[in-house]
Design a protein around this ligand. Structure first.
Ligand SMILES: [Zn+2]
Length: 136
């Protein structure tokens, strides 16, 4: 454990979309208010997110990881080539169509890298964030 005079007591980490409409504390309840939160466009699992979560789980005592994607995400509904054309920047934007599918894909990506994400936690997080489960 790292303890530099104020080791956070959080045992949870959350990967979430950077959309300001997503209020983590309101969506997840008080327990997530102290969670480590890693946010980016779409709440996608990138190499940098994996880097943060490896540190969280191996050095900071995090035991539960949630992945939070949401309906009406501004990253959803575009293909990557459409986003490249719209932005003029050739990147992998990790676009997706269905946030329920992208959550499961990102949980699988975390597990494949040895990060112990739980599908039930991520599904609960997703449902809490948008007030209803995504259609399949
Ligand atoms: Zn979003």
């Amino acid at each position: 454990m790292i303890d530099k005079g104020g080791n956070p007591s959080a045992k949870m980490a959350l990967v979430a979309c950077m959309d300001p409409r997503i209020q983590i504390k309101q969506s997840m309840g008080q327990s997530a208010g102290d969670a480590f939160v890693l946010r980016n466009a779409g709440g996608r699992v990138t190499d940098d997110v994996i880097r943060g979560l490896v540190l969280c789980t191996r050095l900071l005592g995090v035991t539960e990881i949630g992945v939070l994607h949401h309906t009406d995400c501004r990253l959803a509904g575009f293909s990557n080539s459409e986003l490249v054309a719209k932005t003029g920047v050739d990147l992998d934007f990790m676009a997706f169509c269905d946030p329920a599918d992208s959550v499961l894909a990102d949980v699988a990506a975390l597990r494949s890298r040895g990060v112990p994400a739980k599908p039930s936690a991520s599904e609960a997080a997703f449902a809490a964030s948008c007030g209803r489960p995504a259609s399949r």
